[in-house]
Design a binder for this molecule. Structure first.
Ligand code: SF4
Ligand code: SF4
Length: 410
């Protein structure tokens, strides 16, 4: 028996050492001697003639096939209520964070903001995160029922091109770090933890890649990394279990071919597509030509353009912080981009001044997506262990969230 490559990609427990085994399923049993037999799962039927096909079970399909199938089964969960929300020009989207995998925080944020009137939630494309968001929604909104049916609530899953800032994370270089603690103070996500002996580490699940830590580190001890996990479609995620009405591609990086490739795959999705795009790496002209190219074959008003002013820069509640988000929307609907058949959401530095500033500037929009600021104003409540049990605390936090949501609907 030789140590030949085992082409196994699924969850099944296999040990290296068997020849030519190409099974991906969990149900596989006898792996001991089968040279030619390519599938071991219970669900496999006709194994007799398929020379090329190496596995017949769900998990054994080629990645590409699974990805396409998963996209078509992602449920456009009563899209009408989402388009009505956008048509009303008062859509508020809570950005939990494309890279935010802090399950406790996501669950609480969705519970809180849904109770406060938010119907649209931006989440990492990660099954655990989706499940946490669903728990939060279940807490505040009855699954059925006349006044609070969950059909009016929508999840948007965020994915990104390989080098997009929204899918980046920070990492401390232990060789360079002198443990001054400056980065800890500025990290709103509380992602930086001491691991003893004056050493610090970044908890990747909590890190949203805002790089506030990097900005204050005088020792160049913080690197940027781009983990790929969860930022694309995973064959194992049961997308249809969640109210996913929208898929958002973060595409502000310069690689046009990569953007085109991912966008083209997303066309299998029947719901709303969102393109989150900003100007940190692209000129105004490139932003517009990318948008025009990507929407040209789509039905009118099936695309949201999330005008990303200054990504993850929110936190302060002033005009200056939100200036770029309004400016970005102006670029999209300006002279060259006017009349594009898309919905425009403002993001990237949004706060309670965004709608006011946009109105002052004569910039039209269909809604506001808020992340850093929305999370910051309820942070002290979210961090409490009795958040769900303590009704007074929940109500207080909900009131704050409600006032903020109202401020985005001028
Ligand atoms: S700011 Fe830089 S040097 Fe200071 S603790 Fe953070 S990573 Fe280390
Ligand atoms: S400051 Fe931002 S990038 Fe740095 S660890 Fe915290 S969340 Fe991550």
């Amino acid at each position: 028996m030789s140590d030949i490559e085992i082409k196994y990609k699924g969850k099944g427990k296999r040990e290296k050492g068997k020849e030519e085994i190409k099974c991906h399923c969990e149900g596989a049993n006898d792996l001991t001697s089968t040279k030619e037999r390519s599938c071991h799962c219970e669900g496999a039927n006709d194994l007799t003639s398929t020379k090329e096909r190496s596995c017949h079970c769900e998990e054994g399909k080629p990645d590409e096939a699974i990805q396409k199938e998963n996209l078509s089964t992602v449920r456009p969960f009563d899209l009408l209520t989402l388009t009505s929300l956008l048509d009303s020009k008062s859509c508020f989207k809570l950005i939990c964070g494309a890279g935010n995998e802090n399950l406790d925080e996501v669950e609480k944020l969705v519970a809180l903001y849904s109770a406060a009137g938010c119907h649209f939630f931006d989440l990492s494309a990660n099954e655990e995160v989706l499940a946490a968001a669903q728990r939060g929604l279940d807490f505040s909104i009855p699954k059925n029922g006349q006044n609070g049916a969950q059909k009016d609530y929508h999840f948007c899953i965020s994915i990104g091109t390989k080098n997009d800032v929204h899918v980046q994370k920070a990492q401390i270089d232990a060789e360079k770090c002198i443990a001054c603690g400056k980065c800890v103070e500025v990290c709103l996500q509380k992602a930086i933890k001491e691991i003893g002996n004056r050493k610090w580490e970044i908890d990747k699940r909590n890190c949203i890649g805002c790089l506030k830590c990097k900005a204050v580190c005088n020792f160049d001890a913080i690197a940027i990394i781009f983990p790929t996990l969860h930022y694309t479609f995973s064959p194992s995620i049961p997308y249809s279990l969640f109210p996913i009405s929208c898929i958002e591609l973060h595409a502000s990086d310069t690689n046009e071919a990569e953007v085109d490739e991912i966008w083209s795959e997303l066309q299998n999705f029947e719901g709303m597509l969102s393109l989150c795009i900003g100007r940190e790496k692209l000129s105004n002209g490139k932003v517009l030509s990318r948008i025009k190219r990507l929407i040209k074959d789509r039905e009118p008003y099936t695309t949201i353009i999330q005008a990303d002013g200054s990504p993850m820069s929110g936190g302060e509640d002033d005009f200056k912080t939100t200036l770029q988000s309004v400016a970005m929307a102006e670029v999209i609907q300006g002279v060259n981009g006017a009349n594009l058949p898309v919905y425009i959401l403002l993001s990237g530095g949004t706060n309670s001044k965004t709608a006011e500033l946009a109105k002052l500037c004569g910039v039209n929009f269909h809604g506001i997506a808020a992340g850093s600021y929305a999370r910051k104003i309820v942070k002290k409540y979210i961090e409490r262990e009795d958040f769900f049990e303590n009704k007074i605390i929940f109500e207080e936090a909900s009131k704050i969230a409600k006032i903020f949501i109202q401020s985005t609907k001028l």
